[in-house]
Design a binder for this molecule. Sequence first.
Ligand code: PRX
Length: 635
Amino acid sequence: MSNYHIKHLEEYYQVYRKSVREPENFWEEIAEEHFMWQRKWDKVLSWDFSKPEVSWFEGAKLNITENCIDRHLATRGNKTAILFEPNDPKEETEHITYSQLHERVNKFANVLKLKGIKKGDRVCIYLPMIPELAISVLACARIGAIHSVVFAGFSSTALSTRINDSDCKMVITSDGSYRGAKTIDLKGIVDDALKDCSCVQSVLVAKRIHSDIKMKADRDEWLQPLLDKASPVCKAEVMNAEDPLFILYTSGSTGMPKGMVHTTAGYMVHTAYTFKNVFQYRENDIYWCTADIGWITGHSYIVYGPLANGATTVMFEGVPSYPDFGRFWDIVQKHKVNQFYTAPTAIRALAKEGVGLVEKYDLSSLKVLGSVGEPINEEAWHWYNDNVGKKKSPIVDTWWQTETGGIMITPIPFVTPTKPTYATLPFIGIQPALMDEQGTELKGNQVEGRLCIKFPWPSMARTIWGNHQRYKDTYFSAFKNKYFTGDGALRDEVGYYRITGRVDDVIIVSGHNLGTAPIEDAINEHPAVAESAIVGFPHEVKGSALYGYITLKETGESRDQNNLRKEINQIITEHIGPIAKLDKIQFTGGLPKTRSGKIMRRILRKIACKETSNLGDTSTLLNPEVVKEIIDQSL
Ligand code: PRX
């Protein structure tokens, strides 16, 4: 019997050791006993990080939707698979059973086929958190189409960039979305985006807000009438283990967003196995992850991981503040949620509202609390532990990335003793390494360095869509034969890991990764802007917020600065989305540069963080005089 469900610490260490000593035997047992294969693999793992090439379960054939849906029908047909909680609490909750999900996914898959979508085609999904989002993801997987979900808060420019990069043939969207008291014209955003996307042949539109929208003849079609006519039977496409399952874009420190490619078998095995253990999911538990399916957390831990375990997964359409800041707790009480997985930024926003709203609700169903997306600060950790978990529900601080596909460093609740702000121990099969800047691995405990992973794990992204060289350069070039995460971390005296944050130019704002370069590129398009540099600074709710230093062209210097600030944030909203707006904008006479012309962000970061007493070595600056000016006028 494989160790699919870890129940105590000794077992964790024993299984962990096995997963490191005999990784192939270990993963083979897990894969063999807990999934449905149409053909077993010839080889469990082949890998070469120098290329880099990684392949898991080569030769195996499967369809992930058979694992997430079909195989549960006999025993869990009437169990709720997806519990949909709408934006408006007055609207009724929808319970979609595994049987109903099967029928809806099959119908949707048949609609995709009718519209000419085939195995390997890319389909962009730009939907709010409504059941059609999860169903369309699964429908793509059913027929082997590669889904590329774009978070429905991204702007039309960001959307078109992503559609074009992966050459999507179809877009699935809705007439609009609800977000608290507001509605958003999603279809209008898609129409704008598609002005620049000649690859898109059809658009399917789900009805959500019943707004009056324009439909483009020969391109746009309402989804529901097509579903009504579709057959509820759709044979699952036979997929190879390494066939791409989806593309998901993530920001890099420079250039275009990176379309991370995840493949089928390894992703399924890892997300399912981590889900079972990290949330200690048991039959009949109600599990809720508050993320959006537009991010990796939603892909892995709202859709695939939970469904592969036959779980009930909550999908919430709304926001934590509507109709008031008690909404999360209202939902926990209403559905007797057992596992609750959210982001530190949400915890901080809710903590700010006081404990009154938490105490109003019965949260006694909660067993496990999760945190993801950014380091959780000590204050937020204690607030979560004391007021939500009542000191009885362990907090799993899960560290991972879009690129890793699944959870990598985490406590296992009731197994690993937790420690505030520590992601604690590597998950089974994960081999982290801390490196110094010279590329030497730091052995032993009580060390701090750059976090790498030195052995492949099943759910790692295999490439960047259309740009394998960039995949190699970004992740496998900084440290020989190791995957470099871009994060710094420390290992304490007992071997627990604490993630200290990004060591590159990615800034995490409210749990969203933002690369500085794309934001600067957007700002520089403003006709009055000569140059700009973005850095992060601490923010009590968002974790980090963005501080922009902007030099104006002579033509811009006479302009009203408040108007300019508004225009700059408007440009950012148009190019990327409102999540990338700057909190502070300082106009400067120049930016500190090295003699080779590189902006010295280190100095700007210190000024933004109000740490000006020690700016470090400034002797290589070409223009040291601007530093004083920037400090004097800092915000
Ligand atoms: O810096 C780390 C931070 O989020 C980055 C990955 O972001 P993304 O690809 O959007 O995926 C987020 C959801 C998995 C990481 O490089 N991060 C994520 N989780 C944690 C974290 N930092 C500290 N602690 C965490 N638990």
